[in-house]
Design a binder for this molecule. Structure first.
Ligand code: SF4
Length: 384
């Protein structure tokens, strides 16, 4: 397959790995910022062909993994409303909230549907005009234009029973939060090529300059990843820093202007909780006020107490319930989850005492064991 198979060729991979070995003289820690990259690194066992001085760290690169408990709790509460269909992607069904996940809510009678596209949720709303259809939309900048296109389609069709529960993240503020962390051991970053294909590289150029840290815009095939690592090691060994676009076939410098315009028109930055990491300023995106009728959180907050007394009525209330609930399903276990330490680069998944014992993809304790792009699930599934 053009643009794919040539980036998997053994000869190319070995040549780049050898070049990296020849130039590496110091220990270096390089963090990838995308769950897809983490998966490819594990699948192709790239750590094993790198010199022992290089350690790959696995950053907060999976929106499923960083969606906080209060947002899951809110999704569960919304799903349990009468005459409501809550639709979402498959990965979100088993992400633990503080009380239960969406699969448990479904077993308790909530109408929770697994969809492959937010546009399918628009069709669902068209076919179920007597019900509220809420699409639980999560993602980094890569997928946000798809969610927004679905909302635009709902507007075009004049649907008034469609809304989005959003869990939208901006990646560059998370990178900055790691750069600002005094405990951070990260020497260089592989930025996520598909995010940069939307946003462009400007935010990373600013961060690289400000924190004097090398970065490489990197793709997802083994040769792409090794070339990104090569660019980082080259800068580290020479004592320089910059953003090198190592994925030029997919990432124009300015990103995708149409997608960015759509996001600017419909979304505004907001503070955001990253599960395991905490709140990061301006790292979230929410629908602008003019789209409030299609924002499930805003839309149902007014009527919440009348329809569901005693439940959380917004994310803040859900956060409080998460913190104080004494009847959590997983509460006794989640204390041991070190997902935050893994996503900040302090630890590797196998260093978690629960990894592969009490925490497996069939019985996930933390969100990184739920999604295939979560680092814990990635390494567990590939090693087993
Ligand atoms: S193995 Fe499970 S408990 Fe440990 S960090 Fe990963 S998700 Fe959390």
């Amino acid at each position: 397959m053009k643009y794919t198979s040539e980036y998997r060729e053994n000869r190319t991979v070995i040549q780049i790995a050898q070049a990296i070995s020849q130039m590496t003289t110091h220990p270096w820690n390089i963090m990838e910022i995308c769950g897809g990259q983490t998966y490819a690194i594990a699948y192709y066992r790239l750590q094993e062909i790198l010199p022992s001085q290089i350690t790959l760290l696995h950053g907060p690169g999976c929106p499923v993994c960083v969606t906080p408990e209060p947002t899951i709790d809110l999704a569960v509460d919304l799903a349990l409303r009468p005459a409501t269909i809550l639709a979402t992607f498959g990965d979100m069904m088993r992400v633990p909230g503080s009380r239960e996940d969406l699969l448990h809510a479904k077993a308790r009678g909530a109408d929770v549907r697994l969809l492959y596209s937010p546009l399918d949720a628009v069709q669902l709303a068209e076919e179920n005009k007597d019900k509220e259809v809420i699409f639980f939309a999560i993602g980094f900048e890569t997928t946000l234009p798809v969610h927004l296109t679905a909302l635009r389609e709902a507007l075009r069709r004049g649907l008034t029973n469609f809304s989005l529960l959003t869990s939208f993240f901006r990646v560059s503020p998370a990178v900055e939060s790691i750069l600002q962390d005094p405990r951070s051991v990260v020497d260089a970053f592989l930025t996520a090529g598909h995010v940069c294909a939307i946003t462009g590289n400007a935010a990373y150029r600013k961060l690289s300059e400000q924190y004097q840290t090398p970065m490489a815009v990197t793709g997802f095939e083994p040769a792409d990843l090794l070339y990104g690592i090569y660019c980082c090691i080259d800068m580290l060994e020479r004592g320089t820093y910059n953003v090198v676009n190592a994925y030029k076939r997919a990432v124009p410098e300015e990103g995708n202007p149409k997608a960015r315009a759509l996001m600017d028109e419909m979304l505004e930055p907001c503070p955001c909780d990253w599960r395991g990491i905490g709140e990061i300023p301006d790292s979230g995106l929410r629908l602008r006020e003019k789209y409030a009728p299609y924002d499930a959180e805003k839309r149902f907050v007014e009527t919440w107490h009348a329809t569901s007394p005693g439940t959380a009525h917004n994310r803040d209330a859900a956060r409080h319930i998460s913190a104080t609930s004494s009847k959590t399903i997983i509460g006794h276990q989640k204390q041991t989850c070190i997902a935050g330490d893994i996503m900040r680069g302090y630890k590797q998944p196998a260093q978690c005492p629960c990894f592969g014992t009490t925490c497996t993809p069939d019985h996930p304790v933390g969100a990184p064991m739920v999604s295939q792009e979560g680092s814990c699930a990635t390494f567990y599934l590939i090693d087993n």
